[in-house]
Design a protein around this ligand. Structure first.
Ligand code: HEC
Length: 195
């Protein structure tokens, strides 16, 4: 009886070892890109932002009464490690960065007969959650506008005044200043798929 038990134990141990050995390895955790500032406190445009996770896209969303001079596509990109953290916890951690990439519209390029596609970049707006920065509100968000076309985007942008960006985000965004009501990928991850 004892011998049998020992065999069973050995088999169990061996199976366990085999399983552990053949288990698929977890994907490597995304290495976080931290926000970087120049000595004057301006945000440095992250080099790799165009490779971030695309969490939303919109066309011609207007915030004011007057129609915009040019309809634009806006794509919201999120730093990958912050995205992973949000999916795991439902919260935006310190160091979270978003980039809203604004592009003009183009049409009628063969073979397309109808529809619009995103063309030249007209600017990048960024938000960063970093409570260590001077002048941020208690949630820690600051906003930065890099105005320029793809070829001539400025390398840095100073923090924008609160009334030009932060107030609208603080008042109307569904979760912690972020407009997840426009981003199904994030609202679903947050268990809030209402839009
Ligand atoms: C009147 C409201 C309003 C103002 C003012 C505003 N935004 Fe936004 N912002 C939005 C909305 C709505 C979205 C949702 C996505 C979209 O526009 O495609 C958004 C999305 C963003 C995003 C993507 C992440 C997120 O929070 O959803 C960034 C980054 C951003 N805005 C930066 C800025 C900057 C920088 C300014 C000031 C120069 C600014 N915003 C001013 C309404 C506003």
């Amino acid at each position: 009886m004892k011998a049998n038990l020992a065999v069973v134990a050995l088999v169990v141990a061996a199976t366990w070892t085999l399983r552990a050995g053949s288990a698929p390895t977890a994907p490597p955790a995304a290495v976080a890109t931290a926000p970087d500032y120049d000595p004057q406190g301006a945000l440095v445009l992250p080099k790799d932002f165009r490779e971030w996770v695309m969490v939303g896209g919109s066309l011609g969303l207007g915030y004011g009464d007057a129609p915009p001079a040019h309809e634009m596509f806006a794509h919201t990109l999120m730093e990958p490690a912050a995205y992973r953290h949000f999916v795991d916890t439902g919260s935006f951690r310190e160091g979270t960065m978003f980039a809203l990439v604004l592009q003009g519209t183009a049409e009628s390029v063969l073979p397309a007969r109808r529809g619009l596609f995103a063309s030249t970049m007209h600017g990048v707006e960024m938000s960063v959650k970093d409570s260590s920065r001077p002048g941020v509100d208690k949630a820690g968000w600051a906003y930065y506008a890099f105005n320029g076309t793809s070829a001539a985007l400025p390398r840095t942008a100073a923090p924008a005044p609160k009334n030009s960006c932060l107030n609208c985000h603080a008042e109307h965004a569904r979760r912690d200043h972020v407009f997840i009501q426009f981003y199904p990928l994030l609202s679903e991850a947050a268990g809030d798929p209402t839009r």
